[in-house]
Design a binder for this molecule. Structure first.
Ligand code: NIG
Length: 382
């Protein structure tokens, strides 16, 4: 049992309701878990000691929504969008073709590269989805590879009806043999409930089949317009409904009276030239709001949680504290994890040291890389 003391912490965000935010603080971790948190002046002796010289320390980012099992690139589609063409669900098929054509090694390398990129920027818990395979073999391959490299894996066979396939036949596949094959490798199932993807009945069928199989539920909803996604997610007790860009008053009420987290993906809305999600309305109504990167080659090609926070603060009127909580503790809630997203004693030692005296600098210094050091489960990553 080797213990490490981090001292000289200018500002320590614990996300612990009793400890709150401390100044002039210290933290001890042992065997991958936080052991002690408190004032630097009363820190216990440990086997090793690191002085972070007044920097801010916070929990590692919990990125609860990514799509990292892919091959290829959609630069041409992005350029067309920047020239005025709208984003549609159909672009997913381009990545499906590239992914099916890629080798296992290429898909795994691509995943590892993006995970490393995220970790280097302070992400210590990562969810990723299948959804660019859309055959039993390709979805299974994605789930298997993902399970070797990330914390949380979501089955998204219901991402798009493959071009040329009959929708009912495809839903039967995704709720039958495909689900059976993938289930042992994943904890979650998701559906893209949107015009051009899956309608309400199809989405319900996908989610109910997954629930019967013992999987937790997540929903892509209300991304391109108002629709049934939020309502369905709340009704079926999904852990999270993601995007929430276009919400009715009834959607906000339903979320406020539920345990479903609204996960906002502002990098996606910017990259698809949409409005930003109504974060203030959600927060003021009492909804639990998370922020995630939605890293994928089509609608949001970034692993930067700091960019999401900057956008949330500067353009969505979230406070810095709300945005940091959304990217840590509430990301963990969206994944129904109680061991990450905070730095209470007993939590996984996922520690992010900023090269700044406070988390305010995440929005005050937009675009500046501020990650100084990262530990995941007590192991130094950077
Ligand atoms: O969350 N909305 C559905 N899925 C992804 C986009 C996937 C793509 O365009 O390749 C998203 O934005």
């Amino acid at each position: 049992m080797i213990s490490t003391l981090i001292t000289g912490i200018g500002e320590l965000t614990t996300n612990d309701p009793e400890l709150g935010r401390l100044t002039d603080a210290a933290l001890v971790f042992t065997d991958g878990r936080v052991e002690w948190v408190g004032p630097a002046s009363s820190a216990p002796v440990a086997d090793s000691r690191i002085d972070v010289e007044g920097r801010a320390v916070l929990p590692g980012w919990v990125d609860s929504h990514t799509h990292l099992l892919f091959a290829g690139d959609r630069t041409t589609e992005f350029e067309a969008r920047m020239a005025g063409r709208p984003y549609t669900a159909g672009g997913i098929a381009v990545t499906v073709n590239a992914t099916r054509a890629a080798s296992d090694a290429d898909i795994a390398d691509n995943l590892r590269r993006h995970v490393a990129e995220a970790v280097a920027q302070g992400t210590t818990t990562l969810e990723t989805k299948t959804g660019y395979g859309l055959t039993v073999e390709d979805e299974l391959r994605s789930a298997r590879i993902a399970a070797q490299h990330v914390d949380e894996v979501t089955f998204l066979g219901a991402h798009l009806v493959p071009p040329g396939a009959d929708p009912d036949t495809y839903v039967a596949l995704a709720t039958g043999p495909m689900l059976d094959a993938v289930a042992p490798h994943v904890r979650w199932a998701d559906v893209f409930c949107e015009q051009g993807a899956f309608d309400e009945d199809q989405s319900r069928a996908v989610l109910e089949a997954a629930r019967a199989k013992g999987l937790g539920l997540r929903v892509h909803g209300n991304q391109l317009g108002e629709g049934p996604g939020v309502r369905l997610a709340v009704e079926l007790g999904a852990a999270s409904v993601d995007h929430c860009t276009y919400l009715s008053a009834a959607d906000v009420d339903a979320l406020a009276n539920s345990s479903t987290v609204a996960t906002l993906l502002p990098a996606c809305d910017l990259s698809t030239r949409q409005s930003l999600p109504p974060a203030r309305r959600l927060l003021d109504a009492g909804v639990t709001v998370a922020l995630a990167s939605n890293c994928n080659p089509g609608s949001s090609y970034t692993t930067s949680m700091a960019y999401c926070i900057t956008t949330a603060v500067l353009q969505m009127r979230m406070t810095i504290e709300e945005a940091v909580t959304a990217a840590t503790l509430n990301g963990a809630k969206a994944l129904r994890r109680s061991d990450v997203g905070h730095l209470s004693p007993g939590a996984r030692a996922d520690i992010h040291v900023l090269d700044a005296p406070s988390t305010t600098h995440l929005a005050y210094r937009p675009g500046v890389p501020l990650t100084h050091a990262v530990w995941r489960a007590g192991v130094r990553q950077r």
